[in-house]
Ligand binder design. Structure first.
Ligand SMILES: Nc1nc2c(c(=O)[nH]1)N[C@H]1C(S)=C(S)[C@@H](COP(=O)(O)O)O[C@H]1N2
Ligand SMILES: [Mo]
Length: 372
């Protein structure tokens, strides 16, 4: 088996026809354009909304959107459990029902800002969104299943299938039993008050607040308890903080702290450069972290940092709004924002480079032209 880590089981270097190109300093490729147009970002002006309207939430689909018949669909809970069970959609909809606002961000958000640029979905900064997800908590289903004491992880498998790094597989990710038992983990069947649309995982997806989006497996088909660490492609060969093709790196897990600003004023169609009128300008945006809470947001105008005002989040897993009044004077100005969370983490001036372009939370900077 050859995978895109460039290693065989013996550790010898290999190259495969399907392995993605190594990071590049060249222009955006046709393959990146193809991925970017399938997997759209949230436009940054949508930061004005506390809940991202459906269709404006970002999207990330590795393979094809599967077509699933809700009547014959089943969720299988099995493996090392005393009571394996098959649930219908109706069964899940008639268990405890919970709605929670959750900010989700793709681990690759910010990837195209790296230099050299890892060649994959070329996110700028919009691989994020906040939705109100409704579903049933996972923990009670696991309790009903009586997971064996020998089980260490649960594998969540989606219905979608494809080839990545030369390996054909169904999209699958694992969590430890303790992580999966967390009270806030849902099996979601609605988003913003509607049935999940096909692209967001219809009929049921896993939802793991605080973790990068890859954890929240869409089109969920089975949950299997296993007695070892899951070695599937999306666990072992993808979503790693690696320095090169041969570096197994560390797993990508919780969302790093980040603030973004809704671009002020009016955009230029092609460059997206901004123009605002002189005088007081209300800057606003949102900030989030998968570790603790966002404790402060600062705004920088021409190199001087000041505190922004924070709003209460819609839930403990949702981003916080922030505002800042800027007295804009004619000319060209540089704006930036950054957040700090309750674990003391903040955002880097420049991306922390890694081979797959994961977890880049570098500070957003905007150049704004102020007219009289
Ligand atoms: N089955 C399946 N689940 C998946 C994916 C996928 O391709 N297949 N993509 C993951 C990734 S990388 C992200 S960032 C989120 C995106 O969720 P969204 O498209 O609903 O925003 O779904 C995750 N769950
Ligand atoms: Mo992602």
């Amino acid at each position: 088996m050859s995978v895109n880590t460039g290693r065989t089981a013996e550790g010898a270097a290999v190259t495969t026809a399907t392995a993605p190109a190594t990071p590049t300093t060249g222009p955006i490729t046709r393959e990146e354009l193809q991925l970017a147009s399938r997997n759209h970002a949230m436009p940054l002006e949508m930061l004005r909304w506390p809940i991202t309207p459906l269709g404006m939430h970002y999207l990330l689909v590795h393979f094809d959107v599967p077509q699933i018949d809700p009547v014959s669909w089943r969720l299988n809970i099995g493996g090392l459990v005393d009571h394996p069970h098959e649930y219908t959609l109706h069964d899940l909809q008639h268990r405890e029902r919970r709605t929670q606002a959750v900010t989700m961000e793709c681990a690759g958000n910010g990837r195209s800002r790296l230099d050299p640029r890892p060649v994959s979905q070329p996110w700028d900064q919009g691989g994020v969104g906040t939705a109100e997800w409704t579903g049933t908590p996972l923990a009670p289903l696991l309790i009903d299943a009586e997971v064996s004491p020998d089980a260490v992880e649960l594998v969540f498998t989606g219905a979608d299938r494809g080839i990545q790094g030369g390996v054909e597989h169904q999209y699958a990710r694992s969590l430890t039993l303790a992580e999966a038992m967390s009270d806030d983990v849902l099996l979601a069947y609605e988003v913003n008050g509607q049935a999940l649309p096909p692209q967001h995982g219809y009929p049921v997806r896993l939802l793991v607040p605080g973790w990068y989006g890859m954890t929240s497996v869409k089109w969920l088909q089975s949950i299997e308890a296993i007695d070892h660490s899951f070695d599937g492609f999306q666990q072992l060969h993808s979503y790693r903080y690696s320095q090169d093709a041969d570096d197994p790196g560390e797993p990508v897990q919780r969302v790093k702290v980040r603030a973004l600003m809704a671009p002020p004023g009016v955009p230029d169609f092609f460059t997206r450069n901004r123009t605002v009128d002189a005088g007081p300008v209300q800057l606003s945006g949102r900030a989030w972290s998968g570790n603790g809470t966002v404790d402060s947001v600062e705004v920088c105008v021409d190199g001087v940092w000041e505190q922004a005002q924070l709003q209460a989040p819609a839930s403990r897993h949702a981003w916080r709004g922030w505002t800042f009044t800027w007295i804009a004077t004619p000319g060209s100005h540089e704006l930036a924002c950054r957040a700090t969370d309750s674990t003391g983490q903040t955002q880097p001036e420049a991306p922390d480079w890694n081979y797959h372009g994961m977890g880049n939370n570098d500070i957003q900077r905007l150049t704004v032209t102020v007219r009289e």
